[in-house]
Design a protein around this ligand. Structure first.
Ligand code: HEM
Length: 384
């Protein structure tokens, strides 16, 4: 379908009145353009709530949790919060933390048949972000489940039942981070949350407690399902392409280009949304001001005008200028962490289980149009 859209109707006006953009150059142009802003997700969710005519329901926790999700903010507020986070989060030396968590997850695998998602890809990013933020890892199971539910709020379409679940998760997240912020204000530690609290005070940044809570929640969930998807999609792709997997095992340095190819070929973030701030002409079509635009990263990354043999999984592909971390002012803040964790994680997995094979080629995906990640991946490890 992506190919058909790229070739026949690259700026497609859908029945929902949103524009679906599928070509690489167009997706990139719009991501970089000042004529588009991120859609007001809260307004959008509210429209959903009104649609279900359950106005008596209290969905304030969603608003509370998402008030400072920078992904949903536009300039100038976006820039000031992004700069603030970047300034506090300047320590990118996280290899030891990641390696500790890889060892922890892989060494607890004793069975010959495993679920790569539940046993490895999901716990690893959660353990690491807990360490980075300074959250007690004992809470990681609880937070992992909440995060998976909360990620649903980033989907394009969401049912009433899901909205109730997201609100419940949002409430629990807000309560959890409220306690964390309060404790770390009194007793700071070396984690990123304490650093954000201290910098807020010392730099007179003027962020409120509710903004700090929301930033903490977003940093927690932004890299959870996305990274779990990258690791499990990646292991799935390698096991489905044994000749590529062999190349990686023979030359472990290929891990860097392998991760870039997994990001391109099986993009965890498939779609991004924007709103046109003014009329915008592209490929001879006017996108009217106020229109919702869906940018299909998954399609841009398969555009034959940019990538040769785009439907082929080639771990040595170069150049590989995929758009999986976005582009422009909202470019992913955690790309380095995602890349490093996937490189170290998939390397360790292939060394520990070099003879791993898929138990079934049939897999099922997390029900979310925007995020492509597996629900489970059964593998026979043939442990060595
Ligand atoms: C494979 C893993 C990941 C993928 C594919 C991914 C992808 C993306 C994409 C496409 C965007 C841009 C969204 C837009 O333009 O609307 C984004 C933004 C963002 N990502 Fe990631 N991400 C990943 C991991 C992470 C991690 C580990 C973190 C940090 C813990 C993180 C933090 C953020 C933040 C804070 C933003 C918002 C930046 C802004 O609005 O200025 N991401 N990510």
């Amino acid at each position: 379908m992506y190919k058909q859209l790229r070739e026949q109707d690259p700026i497609h006006l859908a029945q929902t009145k949103e524009y679906i953009v599928t070509r690489y150059d167009d997706v990139k142009e719009i991501l970089k353009s000042k004529s588009f802003g991120t859609g007001n997700r809260l307004e959008w969710l509210k429209r959903g709530i009104d649609y279900f005519e359950n106005k008596d329901d209290d969905f304030t926790a969603i608003y509370e949790a998402m008030n400072s999700f920078i992904l949903m903010l536009n300039p100038p507020e976006h820039q000031s919060i992004r700069t603030f986070i970047n300034r506090s989060w300047n320590d990118h030396d996280v290899d030891l933390v990641i390696e500790k968590n890889i060892l922890k997850t892989l060494s607890s695998i004793t069975l010959d048949e495993i679920d790569v998602v539940k046993d490895f890809a999901q716990p690893l990013p959660v353990l690491t972000i807990c360490d980075i933020l300074g959250i007690d890892v004992q809470d990681h199971h609880y937070l992992k489940e909440l995060g998976i539910t909360m990620t649903k709020s980033l989907d394009l379409y969401i049912s009433y039942k899901e909205m109730v679940m997201v609100n419940d998760a949002a409430k629990k997240f807000v309560d959890f981070f409220k306690v964390q912020i309060a404790n770390k204000t009194i007793t700071p530690d070396n984690g990123l949350l304490s650093k954000l609290i201290q910098d807020n005070k010392e730099l007179n940044a003027g962020l409120s407690e509710r903004q700090l809570i929301s930033i903490g929640i977003f940093l927690f969930i932004a890299g959870q399902e996305t990274l779990s998807g990258l690791i499990s999609n990646g292991i799935y792709d390698l096991l489905k392409h044994p000749e590529e997997f062999k190349k990686l095992k023979d030359d472990p340095d290929l891990i860097v280009s392998s991760i870039e190819e997994i990001l391109r070929f099986d993009s965890t973030v498939q779609l991004l949304g924007r709103i046109a701030k003014e009329d915008y002409k592209i490929r001879g079509i006017i996108i009217p001001a106020g229109s919702a635009v869906t940018l299909v990263i998954g399609s841009a990354n398969r555009d034959e005008e940019v990538f040769s043999n785009p439907n082929k999984f080639q771990i040595e592909r170069s150049p590989n200028k995929h758009l999986s971390f976005g582009s422009g002012i909202h470019f992913c803040l955690g790309d380095w962490l995602a890349r490093r964790q996937a490189q170290l994680g998939i390397s360790a997995f292939s060394k520990r289980f070099p003879d791993a094979i898929l138990l079934s080629r049939k897999v099922n995906y997390y029900k979310n149009l925007a995020i492509r990640s597996l629900n489970s991946l059964s593998v026979k490890t043939a442990q060595v």
